[in-house]
Design a protein around this ligand. Structure first.
Ligand code: AHM
Ligand code: MG
Length: 345
């Protein structure tokens, strides 16, 4: 008889990583980095949940009793991420949205992975209790990490920038953690997309979304339409067409926009549709950063059967020239992104 799955028969993130390692889809070193990231995400989830309370206790202003600056949650989250990666001992270089330049990690003893991340994306939502998230990508080092060149800071910095500036197509793994009504870690190591929901009762991420696929189409769009006037004509025509009910059998597309990439992306992955952050007259490349926002999300969407585009090409093919480089992003269901691209030709 077919076995029914018992609620006690859980696949945790740890057992998932061990299984993937045994299958040979990933080495043990990468599994260690991913476990460390998961620990950072648990910590940040807890910080985000208690943000309001911590703010209340810190109401004295900009400095606490020891005279230290009162840290904003995104700075604290950056520290949490950096510390977790250092502690993994497998990371050679880290690049964060919160740091001007990539830094090399002294304590590494193997692996030398290059990790790019946005520790707390959408943090402007925090005070209103709305979803936020962490985004990360992992590369193999493209050059030898010049740990031995520590004496020459200039050389070391160049080496770090070189290592970090790799196209998204070279990513070994990508993921994000959504901090919302539940905490969900979504991960790809290049063999499909897997979602793990945090179970606070056992303190573990539990596999809840095996082999996620984005619907091929979906009539939801997520753009900041406040920027409409600054968009190119093709894009404005596209937006108008989504609202043209008669074109879509009487019901136009639905608008949804949280203003939190991880939340907007997660919904798009599960329900289908399109998320877009285009360039406009003020910001020709939009707002989102290639390395730690657009590339990791594009790897995930491709692994889920969708498309990540700059409107004129594949995001994963863009070769970064700068660490904090921005690119326009259109991401989601295959048919929806292709329909958008047809307006920008
Ligand atoms: P951040 O990295 O400073 O948090 O900014 C990124 C966020 C994304 O999460 C979100 O999609 C976008 O900014 C929203 O921008 P806007 O407020 O311009 O719509
Ligand atoms: Mg961000």
């Amino acid at each position: 008889p077919a076995q029914t799955k018992s609620e006690y028969d859980l696949v945790t993130l740890t057992s998932f990583l061990l299984k993937e390692q045994a299958k040979g889809t990933m080495d043990g070193e990468l599994a260690i980095v991913l476990s460390s990231i998961a620990v950072a995400c648990k910590q940040i989830a807890s910080l985000v949940t208690r943000a309001g309370i911590s703010n209340l206790t810190g109401l004295a202003g900009a400095a606490n009793i020891q005279g230290e600056d009162q840290k904003k949650l995104d700075v604290v989250s950056n520290e949490v991420f950096c510390n977790a990666l250092r502690a993994s001992g497998r990371t050679g270089i880290i690049a964060s949205e919160e740091e001007d330049l990539p830094v090399s990690v002294e304590e590494t003893y193997s692996g030398n992975y290059v990790v790019v991340f946005d520790p707390l994306d959408g943090s402007s939502n925090i005070d209103a209790g709305i979803s936020t998230g962490s985004i990360f990508g992992i590369y193999a080092p493209s050059e030898e990490c010049a740990i031995e060149d520590m004496d020459d800071p200039e050389k070391m910095m160049q080496n770090c920038v070189l290592n970090v500036c790799q196209p998204g197509s070279s990513l070994l793994a990508s993921g994000y953690c959504l901090y919302s009504s539940s905490t969900v870690l979504v991960l790809t190591i290049g063999h499909g997309v897997f979602g793990f929901t945090y179970d606070s009762q056992i303190g573990e991420f539990v596999l809840s979304h095996p082999d996620l696929k984005v619907p091929e189409e979906g009539k939801i769009y997520a753009f900041n339409e406040g920027n409409y006037e600054g968009w190119e004509t093709g894009l404005r025509d596209y937006m108008d067409s989504l609202k043209n009910a008669s074109k879509w059998g009487g019901k136009p597309y639905s608008a949804r926009y949280i203003g939190s990439l991880v939340g907007d992306f997660h919904r798009t992955l599960l329900y289908g549709g399109i998320y877009g952050y285009p360039g406009d007259t003020r910001n020709p490349n939009g707002k989102l950063r290639l390395l730690y926002e657009c590339a990791p999300m594009s790897m995930i969407i491709e692994q889920a059967g969708g498309v990540g585009s700059t409107g004129r090409g594949r995001v994963l093919d863009v070769m970064p020239e700068k660490v904090h480089q921005r690119v326009p992003l259109f991401i989601g269901s295959k048919k929806e992104v292709e329909y958008l691209e047809s307006f920008l030709k």
